[in-house]
Design a protein around this ligand. Structure first.
Ligand SMILES: NC(=O)c1ccc[n+]([C@@H]2O[C@H](COP(=O)([O-])OP(=O)(O)OC[C@H]3O[C@@H](n4cnc5c(N)ncnc54)[C@H](O)[C@@H]3O)[C@@H](O)[C@H]2O)c1
Ligand SMILES: OC[C@H](O)C(O)[C@@H](O)CO
Ligand SMILES: [Zn+2]
Ligand SMILES: [Zn+2]
Length: 386
């Protein structure tokens, strides 16, 4: 089956000029949509974010229609809105629906779908790879590398921040009764953190540095604590984010980074806070100077594992890496992490609930974006719930 067959409703997902389509329209400012209208938050190349009404789709074969109940705003949603691109390959060229951290409820199933029934509660895996045997990435289980992946909310594919979302049945994950929609939605950034932990090789008792106390850094902190890292040092430029980290994991050691200090000076502060040589970093900022700080903080043979994304081209402290056999690796989204994420939340090993600091109804998604984008508001994770 081709990806278009899997997704169906090609006109809804295709990269055409969506607002020329009679079934799509931007809601006027202050307009009250009908309670079951399929509204969604879209960004566009003019750096606008607005509510768009789009058709309520019908599930085709293999598809499930979902009522999306909770969606978190990710830094990349804000990035696509405000900067219009992430790197060179993900560029906003037209109106595009936002959101990829979602959980919802099954409303209707298409032909051939036997594993889901109306009322089932699910986490939505936003990256749908081609799943063809001829695709090396899919066949070998590293499906985050699938060249034909449809990642909802990465242009040109509209996101899951909408009321009625159509999804292939195989890319949904059942939520146990003790996992809320809110937590189900947080399983997306948790999947990112778990992929990083798995591929970094972090083990029980490893002394760990986490750079950046945003949602990804904080979820990595919770996951690393559950994985048994000790000690854990976390950095940020903002004291309120470090205070939040300390509330989440009281044993964590915090280092406030000053923009006026050098990476070597920051590394000295980090090593002092750790009190022992650090062997692994989970770098969760993607900021060049922070990657350097991480490199200078590692012991001989350590590993800097970069989850954050940043500037297209960055310099590396080449000789320090070389003379200290420090490995640098990267994470691109995730593969095979959702079932693990849900088990860890359901089993009580990772409590992600405190991360949601702000909640908005779907009709107020635009206001939610403004809060998520303004550091002065102090939000960690902003969610839209319906
Ligand atoms: N690899 C992936 O697949 C993947 C997936 C999701 C997110 N990401 C990326 O991970 C990163 C973190 O995501 P987030 O949602 O937590 O973003 P965020 O912007 O909310 O958090 C980043 C944090 O890093 C801090 N920071 C910035 N510069 C710093 C420095 N020099 N030293 C220490 N801290 C510094 C910021 O103050 C902020 O608190 C982003 O780059 C995001 O795009 C990557
Ligand atoms: O959580 C997943 C990430 O936000 C995406 O990879 C994004 O950065 C680009 O599609
Ligand atoms: Zn994301
Ligand atoms: Zn593939």
């Amino acid at each position: 089956m081709s990806i278009t067959e899997v997704l169906g409703n090609a006109e809804i997902y295709s990269p055409r000029k969506v607002l020329d389509h009679p079934a799509f329209r931007v809601l006027k400012l202050g307009e009250k949509p009908s309670p079951d209208a399929n509204i969604a938050a879209f960004y566009n190349p003019a750096h606008e974010i607005h509510l768009v009404e789009k058709p309520r789709p019908k599930p085709g074969p293999g598809q499930v229609l979902l009522h999306v109940r909770a969606t978190g705003i990710c830094g990349s949603d804000v990035h696509f809105w405000q900067h219009g691109r992430i790197g060179d390959s993900m560029v906003v060229t037209d109106e595009c629906g936002s959101g990829h951290e979602s959980a919802g409820e099954v409303v209707e199933v298409g032909e051939g779908v036997t594993q889901w029934n109306a009322g089932d509660r699910v986490a939505i895996e936003a990256g749908v790879p081609c799943s063809q045997a001829s695709c090396d990435a899919c066949r070998t289980g590293r499906y985050n590398a699938c060249p034909d992946v449809v990642f909802f909310s990465t242009p040109p594919f509209h996101g899951t921040l909408t009321r009625w979302h159509l999804h292939p049945a195989q890319w949904l994950h059942r939520l146990p009764d003790n996992v809320s929609f809110e937590e189900g939605s947080l399983c997306e950034p948790l999947a990112v953190a778990l992929a990083g932990i798995e591929r970094s090789g972090l083990r029980l008792g490893d002394p760990l540095l986490i750079c950046g106390a945003g949602p990804i850094g904080l979820i990595s902190l919770l996951s690393a604590r559950a994985a048994g890292a000790e000690p854990i040092v976390i950095t940020d430029l903002f004291q309120n984010r470090l205070d939040f980290a300390k509330k989440l994991v009281p044993g964590v050691r915090t280092v406030l980074i000053s923009r006026n200090s050098t990476s070597k000076e920051q590394a000295a502060q980090i090593k002092e806070a750790a009190g022992c040589p650090l062997s692994v970093t989970l770098e969760c900022t993607g900021v060049e100077s922070s990657v350097h700080t991480a490199v200078y903080s590692m012991k001989f043979g350590g590993k800097v594992f970069v989850i954050g994304v940043g500037k297209n081209e960055q310099l590396f402290p080449f000789m320090h890496l070389s003379a200290n056999e420090i490995d640098v690796s990267f994470q691109y989204r995730y593969a095979n992490q959702y079932p693990k994420a849900i088990r860890l939340v359901a089993g009580g090993l990772i409590n992600i609930k405190p991360l949601v600091t702000h909640r908005f109804p779907l009709e107020e998604a635009v206001a939610a974006f403004h809060v998520a984008a303004d550091p002065a508001q102090g939000a960690i994770k902003v969610q839209i719930q319906d």
